[in-house]
Design a protein around this ligand. Structure first.
Ligand SMILES: [Zn+2]
Length: 388
């Protein structure tokens, strides 16, 4: 199959050209708008539309009233079908702070669909967000289920091996460093989040392998002053250290445009990962109430809030809206916003050889959108799964 007359979003530039697909992989990228079409090759003309690698979302809980914690294949199907339409071709389903029993039940339910598509985005792993996080930074997580890490609890989680692509934890909790080391040994991202950590906690965590910060700016410590002296919190520590890649919920609400700019100025382009952190409120009408493992929330015009008004409750984003927001509200060049939504997350989960950029030999996971960021088509391994 050939896709012609596209504006190809390559890692470093946007070029007019065409792309051919064979056996689900990108076979050839050509700088000529029209590929040398053979008579029997199916051809689709994008008429100057953008063609990007499919988005990779490493922090997403749900959509359409369905949540990962339901541990229900039908929920996984609805969630991944919804997010595919927003251009996401790979995602890691994300759990919440919950009982050990419910977390393991969810992992067991996801396992059969690891690296598969149920008609929507490919499920490439699980991001275990909590329960080893700090109650005082619970955000929309249920504080009753936040607790200290013990090998007795995280051992059975890591038994799932490669399925566990990421865990969000608070580095200041006792024995967090043992967990960080175990995560990195498993090939998982160790991400600091829902944390009140200060420098004395963070330097050992960095040494143990902490390599990401979860929804940077949200639910984390900032600069603290003790007597006349200052110490960095998780936020400044993440901005200062290149070993730490920063997740960003790019809806313009969780992190206002000025702070988004601050992040993009502080971090090199390959150290920011755009995420949705979409909850089951995504795709629901404004005003709809929903519940996240015991926490009541409501969909607003622009995002989701905890009902008691104490904070935001994940987002209602899709990846295309996140890319659009980064471009339009934080003046990020489109090529960079796409890079932060594709190659960076693919690299973080160790899958960049397989997907995450328009490159010969990679899986033909593609998203086609127009100047107004309207998704026109999405391909997974060369198969068009969505056409607007
Ligand atoms: Zn969170």
């Amino acid at each position: 199959m050939e896709i012609t007359n596209a504006r190809l979003i390559l890692p470093d530039s946007i070029e007019r050209g065409s792309l051919s697909i064979r056996n689900g992989r990108i076979q050839k990228i050509s700088k000529s708008a029209r590929a040398a079409t053979k008579a029997n090759v199916e051809c689709i003309n994008l008429r100057g539309g953008f063609l990007a690698p499919g988005f990779v979302d490493i922090h997403i809980h749900g959509a359409l009233g369905r949540d990962t914690m339901e541990a229900d294949p039908d929920a996984f199907r609805q969630i991944t079908e919804f997010h595919l339409k927003g251009g996401t071709t790979s995602l890691t389903l994300t759990t919440l702070s919950a009982s050990q029993k419910d977390i393991l039940k969810t992992l067991k339910a996801i396992k059969p669909f690891h690296n598969k598509s149920m008609g929507g985005s490919r499920i490439v792993g699980v991001h275990v967000e909590g329960p080893f996080i700090n109650k005082v930074r619970a955000g929309a997580q249920n504080p009753d289920y936040c607790r200290n890490p013990t090998a007795k609890e995280w051992g059975p989680i890591l038994k799932y091996g490669k399925l566990i692509t990421q865990m969000t934890l608070a580095p200041e909790l006792p024995r967090a460093n043992t967990l960080i080391k175990a995560l990195r040994k498993n090939g998982s991202i160790a991400s600091g989040g829902h944390t009140d950590a200060v420098e004395k906690d963070l330097f050992p965590a960095l040494k143990s392998g902490l390599n990401q910060s979860t929804h940077t700016f949200n639910a984390m410590s900032g600069l603290v002053k003790k007597g006349p002296y200052r110490s960095a919190g998780m936020l400044e520590f993440a901005l200062a250290h290149d070993a730490i890649t920063c997740e960003l919920i790019a809806d313009g609400q969780h992190v206002p445009p000025v702070l988004m700019r601050m992040l993009f100025n502080a971090k090199p382009r390959d150290k920011v990962v755009i995420i949705t952190d979409a909850t089951k409120g995504a795709g629901l009408r404004t005003g709809t109430k929903f519940e996240m493992y015991g926490v009541a929330a409501r969909v607003t015009k622009t995002t989701a809030e905890v009902v008691d008004g104490r904070g935001l409750a994940g987002s209602t984003l899709t990846m295309i809206r996140a890319v659009q927001t980064a471009v339009e509200q934080a003046n990020v060049p489109l090529v960079d916003a796409v890079y932060m939504s594709t190659l960076n997350p693919a690299r973080q989960i160790g899958r960049a050889k397989e997907f995450g950029s328009l490159k010969k030999g990679k899986r033909a996971d593609l998203v086609w959108f127009d100047n107004k960021f309207k998704v026109k088509g999405v391909w997974l391994e060369g198969k068009m799964l969505h056409r607007a």
